[in-house]
Design a protein around this ligand. Structure first.
Ligand SMILES: C[S@@+](CC[C@H](N)C(=O)[O-])C[C@H]1O[C@@H](n2cnc3c(N)ncnc32)[C@H](O)[C@@H]1O
Length: 463
């Protein structure tokens, strides 16, 4: 691995005598880790735990994740371990038992968002945003697979969040960065690195922080992170923000065995993750609190107006409401032919988001209604709130599941004309429709596995 000279100079200055251990660690393969979705997978795998994340696990080697139906069912997310440190920031700096409005500003592909969704209460709302449209679709896919139901996926520029002043209790800004911490995983990051790019990234991060700061409530918590090591994009930026906005640094308790390194600039503390100290990639995180008390502002809920969300008609609602567990906990909304469900107590806040932002996916997309024809949607199949008993089910073998996920025609026997929920290891994968003795595959085309299946299928990961 050939590293840019200026990068090695910087790292030598930062690490001193530890530099040679750091360099040696960069030559090692990246550790592989996953985070379980406990709402879908109750088992305890016999794997080594990521010590700072309650459901994070290391794998001994990288399996073919694509060929594991449980990944597609949202039973786990493949996430590098250092990033899971977000859990400590949220557990230590925020009262997660409270109903919270949380923003994940730079959300795609969804590692932090799915983690946040597992940590916040059911009464909380997560707005998971990604400015780049194509990446927002991938984010929506991963949010759907996780299946929480209290998430809105938006695709907006950070400056659009100025239209939601004092709206969020918590904001996570996992900023686009120069990616030094990804060098061993992604060699392209090395060729794209330059001093100039570091400067550009640092300036962009400042712009992002300034643009979005307005949307944080007084007393609210901002978690800032990057996957890079240089001080410009890390300590200097967060100290700059704290200075501009009189934000208060929040100190986190660290177990020495974790290996994270605390740093400090102008009274603002941050945490560094280096590959020679931690089993994970390079990472930086800092947490600050906005000045003021949370009761200082109204969130805008009082100035009520015309709703942007359309409530579904009683007739349409009656057709699909039994498809969710606890249907009374939801508001049913309709856009075009699509009926979705949003947790009822989040309706006002969700509407506020709809008024101001471009929403890609919201709550649970339940069904498409065309006249008398009803089609259950993928968001429903993968939802943690699906009422499974409302549907006929068919459990698939590993090969059948993979063929279904490739959007091939599969046959499960049977007759008639009804919707089937296809499962693997009892976890829902999606829908098929029995038409006579044929089965129509309704797996979303854009999500299908493109890889050819090998002769010998690998053992599924968590079994
Ligand atoms: C480090 S990645 C986020 C990873 C994500 N948080 C996760 O855990 O899966 C940074 C994201 O910021 C997005 N991004 C790029 N330019 C941006 C900008 N100017 N403002 C906000 N986000 C931006 C990128 O598209 C990318 O998805």
């Amino acid at each position: 691995m050939e590293l840019p000279i200026s990068f090695t100079d910087r790292m030598q200055r930062l690490l001193g005598p530890e530099y040679k251990d750091f360099l040696a660690a960069l030559q090692q393969p990246s550790p592989v880790s996953i985070r379980l979705n406990k709402a879908k997978f109750a088992g305890q795998p016999a794997l080594v735990r990521v010590p700072w994340a309650s459901h994070g696990y290391y794998l001994p080697e990288r399996p073919s994740f694509t060929l594991d139906p449980l990944l597609h069912a949202g039973a786990y997310y493949v996430q590098e371990a250092s990033s899971m440190f977000l859990e400590q920031a949220l557990r230590q700096a925020v009262d997660l038992g409270q109903p919270l409005q949380v923003l994940d500003l730079c959300g795609a592909p969804g590692g932090k968002s799915t983690h946040i969704a597992s940590l916040i209460s059911k009464e909380s709302l997560l707005v998971s945003n990604e400015v780049i449209r194509s990446r927002a679709s991938i984010l929506a896919e991963n949010i759907m697979k996780w299946g929480a139901g209290n998430v809105l996926v938006t695709s907006n520029d950070p400056r659009d969040f100025g239209k939601l002043p004092n709206f969020f209790d918590v904001m996570v800004v996992d900023a686009p960065c120069s990616g030094e911490g990804m060098f061993r995983k992604d060699v392209q990051a090395i060729s794209e690195w330059s001093d100039e790019n570091v400067n550009l990234c640092a300036q962009r991060q400042q712009r992002i922080l300034m643009d979005v700061w307005e949307a944080l409530k007084p007393g609210g918590v901002l978690v800032y992170s990057t996957c890079t090591w240089n001080e410009q994009e890390n300590e200097q930026n967060i100290a700059w923000l704290a200075d501009q906005e009189q934000a208060e640094s929040i100190r986190l308790n660290l177990e020495p065995a974790w290996g994270a390194v605390p740093t400090e600039l102008n009274g603002v503390e941050g945490y560094r993750f280096y590959p020679h100290r931690v089993q994970g990639e390079g990472f930086f995180m800092a947490v600050v609190r906005k000045a003021g008390a949370s009761g200082d502002t109204l969130t805008g809920k009082s100035r009520k107006k015309k709703y942007k969300l359309n409530r579904a008609g009683k007739k349409e609602q009656a057709l699909v409401q039994d498809w969710l567990l606890e249907p009374d906990r939801f508001e049913w909304v309709q856009h075009g032919d699509v009926i979705s469900a949003l947790p009822a107590h989040l309706f006002e806040a969700a509407d506020e988001v709809y008024q101001q932002l471009y929403v890609v996916y919201a709550g649970i997309e339940v069904a498409e209604v065309k006249g008398k024809k009803l089609k259950p949607l993928q968001g429903l199949a993968l939802s943690q709130h699906l009422h499974r008993e409302a549907f006929a089910k068919e459990e698939l073998s590993l090969e059948q599941a993979l063929r279904y996920l490739r959007k091939e025609d599969i046959s499960v026997g049977g007759q008639g004309s009804n919707w089937l929920l296809l499962t693997y290891q009892d976890l829902a994968l999606g829908w098929a429709k029995q038409v006579g003795n044929r089965l129509n595959n309704y797996y979303p085309k854009e999500w299908r596995i493109r890889m050819e299946l090998p002769q010998d299928l690998p053992e599924p990961l968590l079994l």
